[in-house]
Ligand binder design. Structure first.
Ligand SMILES: Nc1nc2c(ncn2[C@@H]2O[C@H](COP(=O)(O)OP(=O)(O)OP(=O)(O)O)[C@@H](O)[C@H]2O)c(=O)[nH]1
Ligand SMILES: [Mg+2]
Length: 298
């Protein structure tokens, strides 16, 4: 049996969390079409006949303008220190930019301190680009790092995902016993996952600045045999944002609540009573105490 720790790294929105879910074969990380969705590293374990892939999904690397963002980037880079293998993800729909180059430079730096067993370049969302795009793209990126392998993949359709698994196990060491129990999927608590699911539903129904300004805090998570009661506070930055999250006559918040509750009931296999409150907390993304309360401490 083989195992090893893998860091999933890249700019925001390139498809890191979608790949984590595809490799774990369970939705454990939230996904959205807005950048900066993932805020803290998420550990997920993929169980395969060959062994275990211990994957760490990270927040997208970007230029931080708030304390929250600086902590996100710091936490993402911190995962490189304990990883055997790195997946560097780039969106094949776009030409590589300075943000992608920054990611490569971080890997070069980390590799000097502690060499990785392998570094894969994964060209994501291969289902939506024509095959002819890959040759020039690979040509452009080939010499920027001594990649172990460059693989176009689609986490959505599964294209080349089995190949990636096979290549990855080819680079990992034999271990005498498994690192995690057979049914262990993620290090997130139910409380954390509940908060993330609510945030995902808010992200899906809002636009522009709002997704960045939303934080979810679970005030109460009380489990009984019959019913689990969850009280969540949705934090926003400005009072104008509160109205948007609530929606006309409370309609948006009601939809968010219903979608979140249904997903939690399925994931946790329990009946849930979900109560949500929207609160304005000016500047929360720069408030160390609130960041710690929300689970974004480094
Ligand atoms: N067509 C297609 N879309 C994808 C694929 N993988 C991810 N996406 C979409 O790309 C968007 C971003 O996906 P995420 O997995 O949230 O990206 P991320 O890199 O984790 O983003 P951050 O957490 O913000 O850094 C979502 O709308 C996904 O549905 C893919 O293989 N094909
Ligand atoms: Mg993500």
């Amino acid at each position: 049996m083989k195992s090893g720790q893998l860091a999933i790294l890249g700019r925001p929105n390139v498809g890191k969390s979608t790949l984590l879910n595809a490799l774990v074969r369970e939705k454990i990380a939230i996904v959205s079409d807005k950048p900066q969705t993932t805020r803290m590293p998420i550990l997920g374990v993929g169980h395969y006949p060959e062994g275990q892939l211990v994957l760490v999904d990270t927040p997208g690397l970007h230029t931080p303008h708030h304390r929250l963002n600086a902590q996100m980037v710091q936490a993402a880079l911190g995962t490189l220190m304990d990883s055997d293998v790195v997946y560097v993800l780039m969106d094949s729909q776009m030409p590589p930019g300075p943000g992608d180059q920054f990611v490569i430079e971080q890997v070069i730096q980390a590799n000097k301190d502690r060499p990785f067993r392998a570094v894969f370049l994964l060209l994501t969302k291969a289902d939506v680009v024509s095959k002819s795009r890959f040759l020039p793209l690979i040509e452009q990126l080939r010499t920027r790092y001594p990649w172990t392998e460059i693989v176009p993949i689609s986490a959505k359709t599964g294209l080349n995902v089995p190949r990636l698994v096979e290549l990855t196990f080819g680079c990992l060491e034999e271990s005498s016993e498994p690192m995690y129990e057979e049914d262990f999927l993620t290090n997130q608590s139910m409380r954390q996952m509940a908060g993330e699911i609510i945030r995902e539903k808010v992200l899906a129904s809002t636009h522009a600045e709002l997704p960045y300004a939303v934080g979810v805090f679970i005030e109460e998570f009380h489990e009984t045999k019959k019913l689990t009661t969850i009280h969540a506070v949705i934090l926003v930055d400005k009072s104008s944002q509160k109205g948007i999250v609530i929606g006309k006559g409370g309609s948006r918040l009601k939809d968010v609540g219903q979608q979140a509750r249904e997903e939690m009931e399925k994931l946790f296999s329990m009946k849930i009573f979900l109560q949500m409150l929207v609160k304005v907390q000016d500047g929360w993304r720069d408030n160390p105490r609130i960041l710690t309360d929300l689970g974004y401490g480094v």
